[in-house]
Design a protein around this ligand. Structure first.
Ligand SMILES: CC(C)(COP(=O)(O)OP(=O)(O)OC[C@H]1O[C@@H](n2cnc3c(N)ncnc32)[C@H](O)[C@@H]1OP(=O)(O)O)[C@@H](O)C(=O)NCCC(=O)NCCS
Length: 342
């Protein structure tokens, strides 16, 4: 029997409703993404109710005859200039209620909302070779990007047992190497005022990151926007760490960001790493990331692994990550539905 799908108001989701939501996401992730840490109930609540970066959300639940939630969908409608054509869907159906049309019902609701909002592009991420792939292909999506997810294990226990791990002495050497004309600086949360303009310029360098065929748009960063981004991460209870390379002429040549999810060690999530085009070819990407590993070890020892993802054709960043000891762990695919055609 198919479910009843209804639009819910994310800002009014109660803790009880978000626990039902959490149950579906946890069951779905355990089924399709074994080994991937499942967000806790508070994190799910925060992600549904706290403002998102450069976007707003629409949410739907699918309930069965007895009123229990069996499927959930979040549509992120991007709002910044340069991205107002784009929407992103996160859709989960409880494994016990799949292949009964529930995913399709939720998707139809999201697609109708995209049309109402004049979106030309809907993107969704799925595990490679999982249920989501068959579902997306059958629903008219096209594969737009393949991502390699990598893990850097930093745990002393794991290395003591002789398991494979990075050579931390080498990482410390890389972090401590001199790069004439450049120096490193770092901060937690919002960028210091004196660096905000340079940071916004450096962030715009992310626009040339390989994105396959994803119609992602182009975001021009300014000082307000970088502060807003840090505020969004802090409001949901996570900690944002940044290390930047400054050139002697005052430019920010590159930066790397890591997020520590609230109360959920051991896995830190890599966010951006970018080197501004005029400063590429000097090993700054490797230097920045090595310095971040050392900072994490020194300041946040409970976080003993870092996860990152790279487009499979982002050869430079993959080379940097492998040099630090990251190893492949899983793959995901980005699918895209072109809504401009019909
Ligand atoms: C993908 C997902 C949402 C599908 O939910 P669902 O309720 O099973 O979807 P439906 O019953 O509406 O499936 C519609 C069609 O999609 C295709 N499909 C769904 N699951 C599939 C699978 N495991 N393998 C191959 N095709 C599949 C089928 O053609 C199916 O029609 P059929 O059952 O008549 O053959 C669900 O498997 C899920 O939550 N996966 C994990 C999260 C995820 O990948 N989300 C991303 C999707 S945007």
């Amino acid at each position: 029997m198919t479910a009843h799908v209804q639009l819910t108001q994310p800002d009014r989701i109660s803790t009880a409703e978000s626990s039902a939501w959490h149950r579906v996401v946890a069951a779905s992730m355990a089924h399709d993404l074994p080994g991937v840490p499942v967000p806790g109930p508070e994190e799910v609540h925060a992600r549904l109710t706290e403002p998102a970066l450069g976007s707003r959300r629409l949410t739907w639940t699918a309930t069965s005859g007895d009123g229990s939630v069996i499927g959930v969908a979040v549509l992120r409608l991007f709002t910044w200039p340069g991205q107002d054509h784009l929407a992103e869907l996160d859709l989960h159906v409880d494994p016990a209620h799949r292949r009964a049309g529930n995913g399709s019902l939720l998707l139809s609701a999201a697609v109708a909302a995209c049309r109402d909002e004049n979106r030309r592009s809907l993107v969704a991420t799925t595990a490679a070779e999982g249920a989501g792939e068959g579902f997306c292909l059958r629903s008219g999506f096209k594969q737009a990007l393949s991502l390699d997810h990598l893990i850097l294990p930093l745990s002393g226990a794991e290395r003591a047992e002789g398991a494979e791990g990075p050579d931390l002495e080498a990482v410390h050497r890389i972090a401590g190497a001199a790069h004439p004309g450049y120096r490193l600086t770092g901060w937690t949360g919002t960028v210091p005022d004196g660096l905000a303009a340079a940071f916004a310029t450096a962030k715009s360098a992310m626009n040339d990151m390989p994105m396959g065929d994803v119609d992602f748009g182009r975001v021009e960063w300014d000082e307000d926007r970088v502060r807003t981004m840090a505020g969004v991460v802090a409001d949901r209870g996570d900690t944002l760490l940044t290390i930047a390379a400054l050139h002697e002429d005052g430019d920010m040549a590159g930066y790397t960001e890591i997020v520590l999810p609230q109360g959920r060690p051991p896995r830190a999530q890599q966010y951006d790493t970018a080197v501004v085009p005029g400063h590429r070819g000097h090993g700054l990407g490797l230097w920045l990331k090595a310095a971040m590993v050392c900072r994490l070890l020194a300041e946040h020892p409970a976080f003993t692994e870092i996860e990152t993802d790279n487009a499979e054709d982002n050869v430079h960043m993959l080379a940097v990550n492998r040099a630090l000891g990251f190893r492949s762990y899983r793959r995901t695919r980005e699918f895209q539905l072109d809504l401009s055609a019909s």
